[in-house]
Design a protein around this ligand. Structure first.
Ligand code: CP
Length: 316
């Protein structure tokens, strides 16, 4: 593996999941792999899990880690080519990416969707520019359209907790008053597609994800019907793709409660976190035995370790 921007960079998903599970059993088995190498973690947006789990995974592999809140501490970066830089951006990505690439052997980047311009967001300009100018492997720590380290952790979690060969996995939209990106939902669908699962997606009308992410997923607009017999319920809010970035509804009846979970086949609840309690999901679910949110977050370390290990092996 060179870059890790999406599932398209993965040659063998089963092997990558197994590698994550192996890292969990033996975290320091590859501690020599990253010796004398450095990873730079660049955050244009806030993070708790991604920042700490990726740093920990890198350290488990013997990598040196440099973390920077680019959005707060760095110079404003110009991403457009050929512009007159007379605005608030003091540095061009051409220099910034090349300079960071000269210090670091791998660069991880988090840069969310602006939710104003769909074409721009879906072009993944920040990642494409770093890929072009940094000349080192780039790792997606959540981009405008995808969150692949989260999705790999979700695959690991489903693999660990499934009790059927082909579980029913339901991605359900959750209510939220703020406009959030489609990245986690897109990515979850993209990674569930090659898995041996029955994928159902439920959301209010107007919240359909881009077709290229839905793939084999069956869309059912009636949440109760979609939840029937589910083995895993994956909750997430996202803003509209069609009416780009808009909040069309925050209907509280879409919140996941015990009554909703009772429609499932003793299903487990998953969410990438962070989440707002009793708006998206009721306390009774999060504090009860069905919730896998902590186990899922813990698996972020092993998904990051599996990916960084692949990249380091590719450098040998
Ligand atoms: N799930 C996730 O990416 O969490 P953070 O935003 O806290 O990194």
């Amino acid at each position: 593996m060179n870059h890790f921007l999406s599932i398209n960079d993965v040659t063998d998903l089963s092997q990558l999941i197994s590698s994550g599970i192996s890292a969990k059993r033996n975290p320091f088995g590859d501690i020599e792999l990253g010796k004398n190498k450095t990873i730079g973690l660049l955050f244009f947006n806030s993070s708790l899990r991604t920042r700490i789990s990726t740093q920990k995974a890198a350290q488990n592999l013997g990598l040196n880690v440099i973390t920077m809140n680019v959005g707060q501490d760095g110079w404003g970066l110009e991403m457009e080519e050929g512009v007159i830089m007379n605005g608030d951006k003091a540095e061009h990505v051409k220099e910034a990416a090349a300079v960071i690439g000269s210090y670091c052997d791998i660069i991880g980047i988090r840069s969310f969707a602006g939710l104003q311009d769909r074409e721009k967001d879906y072009s993944e300009q920040v990642f494409q520019q770093f890929k072009k100018y940094a000349e080192v492997p780039i790792v997606n720590l959540e981009s405008a359209t995808r969150h692949p380290l989260q999705s790999l952790a979700d695959c690991i979690t489903i693999e660990e907790f499934k009790i059927k060969q082909r579980p029913k996995v339901v991605l359900t939209w959750l209510p939220h008053f703020k406009a959030l990106p489609q990245a986690v939902a897109n990515s979850f669908c993209e990674w569930m597609n090659p898995m041996d699962v029955e994928l159902v997606i439920t959301h209010p009308e107007g919240y359909d994800l881009a077709p290229e992410f839905v793939g084999k997923g069956q869309v059912i607009y009636d949440q109760n019907k979609a939840l029937e017999g589910a083995d895993f319920v994956y909750g997430k809010n996202w803003s509209s793709y069609q009416h780009y970035g808009q909040v069309l509804t925050d209907d509280p009846s879409w919140m996941i409660t015990e009554a909703k979970m009772a429609l499932t086949d003793n299903g487990k609840f998953m969410h990438c976190l962070p989440l707002r309690r009793n708006m998206k999901v009721a306390d009774e679910v999060l504090d009860g035995p069905r919730s896998l949110v902590i186990e899922e977050a813990a698996n972020r370390e092993w998904s990051a370790q599996a990916v960084l290990r692949e990249i380091l092996l590719g450098m040998q």
